[in-house]
Design a binder for this molecule. Structure first.
Ligand SMILES: *[C@@H]1O[C@H](CO)[C@@H](O)[C@H](O)[C@H]1NC(C)=O
Ligand SMILES: *[C@@H]1O[C@H](CO)[C@@H](O)[C@H](O)[C@H]1NC(C)=O
Ligand SMILES: *[C@@H]1O[C@H](CO)[C@@H](O)[C@H](O)[C@H]1NC(C)=O
Length: 304
């Protein structure tokens, strides 16, 4: 039961936050979560009654995957698009359904992907290619050069511009995450606020899974001369997060290339607590051994 006094204090704080925000030159990008104060407090995919307010907990995509790549080149090194030294790169934040299935491109009014993949959904809907300004300009319009700089360091694309990769992640995945629905931002919604908010949320979630350091702490570092077993990788992460992530490999399961961390989220994807759970997807890495390749130094740069 929430007391009227508590409600009054919360709305006073929100008013103050609003007043402060309007004076500041950097606009807020967070959703209007006041209605969530009265919602049951549960982890996504662990609710025992129907989730009524889907702005408050990711629904139905409550199995939230923070995904990362280990790439060894970008293809755009000459343009300065290089990989962060001693770090994996961010891929995205995906709302899988609790059974591991997933939806994609759920709101074509927020389609910013220049090369939709797939270009046609299972129900036959065509996903039109986007031709407007890059999503990096949305971030600039909100005055978030700090976020843009971070994303250019740690959310680096292979074979396309970084902004095109970010747009793909937003339109394919975030449009299927209920907590980023435009309606959750309330009547003061500013165009593309949800896009910038999503990028902030992905960065925030990725901080919880520093793969390079998690593996290095168990002595697992990139090496062109060593072969690691899948269970060495899994045990190294499980010792830190409590759960086994999905490791993906290329070249018939011999070259380590990606990791997906599965979570249930208490609250919203934006601000909620992530609880690691085991992967629902079997690894594509060979149990016999995988290589975690060193990058060519010319594909990397020092970042902080
Ligand atoms: C959890 O919430 C979802 C979305 O409202 C609902 O479909 C599902 O049935 C709920 N689970 C239980 C056990 O009530
Ligand atoms: C994967 O294995 C098959 C069968 O052994 C082989 O023909 C193929 O060339 C391998 N592919 C790669 C990328 O190593
Ligand atoms: C390690 O091997 C990969 C794949 O052959 C190669 O691209 C990379 O340059 C090598 N790195 C070093 C430091 O030798």
């Amino acid at each position: 039961m929430i007391s009227p006094a508590k409600v009054a204090i919360v709305s006073l704080l929100l008013d103050l936050a609003g007043a402060f925000g309007s004076k500041s030159s950097i606009p807020n990008t967070f959703p209007d979560l006041f209605a969530c104060v009265s919602q049951p407090s549960v982890f996504s995919c662990e609710n025992t009654t129907v989730i009524q307010n889907t702005c408050c907990s990711p629904t139905p995509g409550g199995l939230v995957l923070q995904t990362q790549f280990w790439d060894t080149f970008t293809g755009f090194e000459k343009e300065g698009q290089k990989l962060p030294k001693n770090s994996w790169i961010i891929h995205g934040l995906w709302p899988d359904n609790c059974d591991g299935s997933f939806d994609q491109y759920c709101d074509l009014s927020r389609q910013f992907d220049r090369s939709p993949s797939p270009a046609q959904l299972p129900d036959g809907t065509v996903v039109p290619a986007y031709k407007g300004p890059g999503v990096d300009t949305f971030i600039e319009e909100f005055g978030r050069q700090d976020l843009l700089d971070f994303m250019n360091k740690f959310w680096v694309s292979q074979g396309s511009s970084n902004a095109d990769f970010w747009a793909h992640e937003f339109s394919k995945h975030a449009t299927c995450t209920s907590t980023f629905d435009v309606a959750c931002y309330g009547p003061k919604y500013k165009k593309n606020q949800d896009v910038v908010d999503f990028f902030d949320a992905v960065v925030r979630a990725s901080h919880q899974f520093p793969t390079f350091d998690l593996l290095a702490s168990a002595g697992i570092v990139p090496s062109n001369r060593t072969t690691y077993t899948l269970s060495q990788l899994q045990n190294a992460v499980k010792a830190q997060t409590g759960s086994i992530p999905y490791f993906g490999c290329t070249s018939n399961g011999t070259i380590l290339s990606e990791v997906w961390y599965f979570n249930h989220v208490h609250g919203t994807e934006q601000f909620g607590i992530f609880k690691s759970v085991d992967s629902t997807t079997p690894s594509t890495c060979s149990a016999a051994g995988v290589r975690y390749l060193e990058r060519n130094p010319s594909s990397e740069r020092e970042v902080r």
